[in-house]
Ligand binder design. Structure first.
Ligand code: 6PG
Length: 230
């Protein structure tokens, strides 16, 4: 299947998407560390990437040179189970020795506006990222960039106050930050995402479409999420 302006690969199932994602993250890390002495990775939130994070927990890598950032975060207390940072800790980071100072959580507990302001210089100092991981919501959102929500040009990080996916208050990297990366992987699995993929395929200007086309993206879908061949 084709999505305008981005490379797509349809894999058998979610496990294959997770395995391919973990493999590509490890490859990108080795290349970045060899070339520049560091690997700067933006993590996707939500549940789709967790299987890949669990595979990375068991991998061998030069963890001392990994620097992690988040594509978005929910305005919840740091130890809330629904925090993206907490989900990554539980699935992966507790099992590998990435220096804590190199894991850059978004301080979303400060509230969306203060957290966005605090994270802006962190992102500015890290760009260009080596790899950005993203998911996609059933409405075609990615990170916390939702349809019909204004994205002001300029900022690298933005507050979100009325997200349709709870919680309503979030913080998100903007396309200006997400698209300034050497490579982007968009992970889409499950039948629930098929309608949004069809809308993307039909050329709707969904947030995920705008970000992917700007970001040298490879979209990894499982067969359940891929619309039937027309
Ligand atoms: C979040 C995510 C969000 C997520 C999509 C897909 O905070 O919820 O950043 O953008 O990637 O909503 O979520 P699932 O992977 O859980 O389907």
């Amino acid at each position: 299947m084709q999505l305008t302006g981005v490379e797509t690969r349809v894999l058998a199932d979610a496990a294959a998407v997770a395995a391919t994602t973990a493999e590509m993250v490890l490859e990108a890390a080795a290349a970045a560390i060899s070339a520049r002495g560091a690997f700067r990775l933006v993590l996707a939130g939500g549940s789709t990437p967790l299987a890949a994070y669990r595979l990375l927990a068991g991998a061998e890598a030069d963890w001392a040179h990994w620097h992690l950032y988040h594509g978005d975060e929910r305005c919840l207390p740091p130890d809330a189970a629904a925090r993206n940072s907490r989900a990554v800790e539980d699935a992966w980071l507790r099992q590998v020795p990435i220096p804590a100072a190199q894991v850059h959580a978004i301080p979303a507990e400060l509230g969306a506006d203060a957290a966005a302001a605090a994270y802006e210089p962190v992102v500015a100092a890290a760009m260009p990222f080596d790899l950005v991981l993203l998911g996609m919501g059933e409405d075609g959102h990615t990170a916390s960039l939702f349809p019909d929500h204004e994205i002001r040009p300029g900022p690298l990080v933005m507050p979100v106050h009325d997200a349709p996916k709870p919680p309503p208050d979030r913080v998100s990297l903007t396309p200006s930050a997400l698209c300034r990366a050497r490579r982007m992987l968009v992970l889409v699995t499950g039948a629930a995402k098929q309608a949004a993929v069809s809308r993307w395929q039909a050329g709707e200007g969904l947030p995920v479409a705008r970000v992917a086309v700007g970001g040298n993206a490879l979209v990894l879908l499982d067969a359940a999420a891929a619309p039937a061949a027309r």
